[in-house]
Design a protein. Sequence first.
Length: 241
Amino acid sequence: MGKMKDEAIKEDNNVMDGTMRVWDRVCKTDVDHTKEVSFGRKFTAIDAHSQIMEATRMFGPVGEGWGYKTEYGTIDTGRELYIYCDLTMWWAPAGHWEGIKSPGYHREFGPIRGMCVLQGVKTDGKPRPADSDAAKKAMTDALTKGLSHLGFNADVFLGQFDDNKYVTALKHEKQAEQSAAELAYQQDRAKFIEAIKNCKKPEQMDAVMENYKLWMAGLSVSVATEMRSWVMKQKTELADG
């Protein structure tokens, strides 16, 4: 009886893990991609392009791993003209992060509406000029809402950024991650340089470059170019004896 109960609890936990499989991976916000805004009320604004970057990191390139469909319209209240964007999000788990190998298969939800004032009236009763960016703002509003439904930046929407201790802890966590990443880079770089210097023949250097191909791919373009130039110089010197 106890064994059956334990298995049932384990199964429930697996189900729970499955339901939060996206949320738990995207709920934390990079503090460097936020700013405090005071416009009638104080709130934390999220850099919209950072959300697109995180969705791309999660699902893959836009149009391949995820994307959205939009429909636009206007609402005239008599005093203000609004433009709205109804956005339907989709993402394709096939062969990617969920490992579902079914080409063309995708999930979607929506539409979710974002709105922005296209043209309004000033306090003196005179009309304001139309906002040429209103359609883009409405789409961004809808996309932010859509991503939030999946759990992106959940800590902001749940009000955790109102807690200074939480934000401070996030900053410390990011600093620790950056320090660990820098240490790992320096260690890998030292091993790479030592491996190249220990080569006796140019073809041995080619083998080292192949072994470190993934590591090189993770470097910035400028650093990778510098490393490759250094290796070519070492090969030339080795060939010249």
